[in-house]
Design a protein around this ligand. Structure first.
Ligand code: SAM
Ligand code: SF4
Length: 473
């Protein structure tokens, strides 16, 4: 099949074959040049994790990873479609690449990720950014080697148009390039079946698919052996983990198996959909010493009528009962949430319900977003009576209430001792930074850089809004 300048593939999965072909011919394609690759991911951790695989594949082929855009021979943007502003940023950044392409005729530009699963976006890239060579979907790591090989050997442009919803294979053993040597992302499932009315994810990432538990456990065992200290398990709805797998394993059971892996490390996970968050999951977090005492439970709204139109399939009363259960079973747990402000036709009363839920739940972190219309979703068809000004005013109001809550909460840690995983050395202040099992940022005043990657007990001496200060005890 062909689509103008772009050749269209229906199914390309042969990662190993084409990776080997590029490896074998690398010196032919690049002569003696040490060719470099630049990969940037936009959006959520799932996208970052996919970007680490894309980079891993390219480094495995022979490219050298670089953080300097101008040095690169391959530039890959791994995109996010969840909100419009992330898409705008991608288009802006792709526009800048035109000049680089003029300077380096051999430069290969690829765009991967959720944005490229949308037909209108694909067409816009082909029409307005003709210097883009490869357009891949959100499973780009399956097809990148084949597309890149064809580009290098035939100098053809390729676009992958296979609908994501039909993709069911999960390819294992893809090399992963992790910049971080202490914390590692591990995807345990892909896709989403929930179809919240505002959300593009089910359309661009396809149906839920879980990785085999044996593969996940082996990957984590290897990461722990390599010295990784924090494993972040990723999935759009981790509570659905295991659906459709032959060995009938669920998420709490997977957590228990991970907890049994030998070694000193912590595990965290996101996201946990409130409609599927079971008491068993909360009990498991409480009981397992390696599972961090933090739960991300996206509320979205405090109004039952908005939750209904959002198709979230829980009530605010059910959500609050989960929050109460977490607080009862894990008193030291931190809770974070996502909130959408200005959903179509959100009344002042609906918004007040969100504020009162915020005051009641007292989250430690709130990720708040102004509603962004996503073409193709159910909510995009709704008329909207709320003005942009009302939306941004509501966002400011929400942030200021959450600010007061967080200042009080941070103050309550003073004089307590927290176990901290040190992950950063601050050269300017000659101090080290880390996070506790709830994810709170802590600066250790008497720490030195040898502590990076180690767990230490820290007495909290003072608190700022976003940071605790303390000393090793
Ligand atoms: N699967 C997770 C859940 O539902 O709990 C959330 C994953 S989603 C990629 C991350 C967050 O982006 C959502 O929780 C929601 O708050 C936000 N989001 C998704 N679609 C949005 C939209 N159209 N406008 C604004 N925010 C949106
Ligand atoms: Fe989007 Fe809802 Fe799926 Fe989360 S659960 S990814 S918000 S559709």
């Amino acid at each position: 099949m062909s689509n103008g300048k772009f050749k269209i593939y229906d199914k390309l999965n042969d990662v190993t074959h084409y990776t080997e072909l590029i490896k074998d011919n690398f010196s032919v394609f690049y002569k003696d040049k040490k060719a470099k690759v630049y990969v940037h991911s936009y959006g959520c951790l799932q996208s970052v994790s996919d970007g680490e695989k894309l980079k891993g594949i390219l480094v495995d082929m022979g490219y050298i990873a670089t953080d300097v855009l101008e040095e690169a021979d391959v530039i890959l943007y791994n995109t996010c479609a969840v909100r419009e502003n992330a898409e705008d940023r991608v288009f802006g950044n792709v526009g800048v690449l035109k000049a680089l392409k003029k300077q380096n005729k051999q430069l290969i530009i690829g765009i991967a990720g959720c944005m490229t699963e949308q037909d209108d976006v694909k067409k816009r890239i082909q029409k307005s950014y003709p210097y883009v060579d490869l357009i891949m979907g959100s499973n780009a790591f399956d097809i990148l080697p084949k597309l890149l090989y064809d580009k290098l050997s035939n100098n053809k442009k390729y676009v992958e148009l296979e609908p994501i919803t039909e993709k069911s294979d999960i390819i294992e053993n893809i090399p992963v390039y992790r910049d971080d040597k202490i914390k590692a992302n591990v995807s345990i499932m892909y896709g989403c079946d929930n179809f919240c009315s505002y959300c593009i994810v089910p359309y661009v990432r396809g149906r839920e698919r879980s990785r085999a538990s044996s593969e996940i456990l082996e990957e984590i065992e290897n990461l722990v052996k390599q010295g990784y200290k924090e494993i972040m398990l990723l999935g759009e709805n981790v509570n659905s983990y295991g659906k459709g797998l032959e060995n009938d394993i669920d998420f709490p059971t997977l957590l228990k198996k991970i907890n049994a892996i030998k070694g000193e490390f912590w595990v965290r996970f996101m996201s946990s959909h409130p409609k599927d968050c079971s008491k068993e999951l909360i009990d498991t977090v409480a009981a397992c010493d390696k599972i961090e005492k933090h739960i991300h439970l996206p509320m979205q709204s405090g109004s039952n009528s908005i939750l209904k139109v959002m198709n979230r399939k829980y009530t605010i009363e059910h959500f609050m009962s989960l929050v109460d259960y977490v607080k009862e079973k894990i008193p030291n747990a931190t809770l974070s949430t996502d909130i959408i402000v200005g959903f179509p036709n959100e009344t002042r009363e609906d918004f007040e319900d969100t504020l009162s839920a915020l005051r009641k739940a007292r989250f430690d972190t709130v990720f708040s977003f102004i509603y962004s219309k996503r073409t193709g979703t159910v909510a995009a068809k709704l008329d909207d009576s709320v003005t942009d000004k009302e939306k941004s005013d509501r966002m400011c109001e929400l942030l200021s209430i959450q600010n007061e809550i967080i200042v009080e909460k941070m103050q309550s840690y003073v004089d307590k001792t927290l176990r901290v995983l040190v992950d950063t050395y601050n050269t300017e202040r000659n101090s080290v930074l880390g996070r506790d099992s709830g994810g709170i940022l802590i600066e250790i005043e008497n720490g030195d850089k040898t502590l990076k990657g180690r767990f230490v007990d820290v007495l909290i001496t003072s608190a700022k809004r976003t940071l605790l200060l303390g000393k090793i005890v």
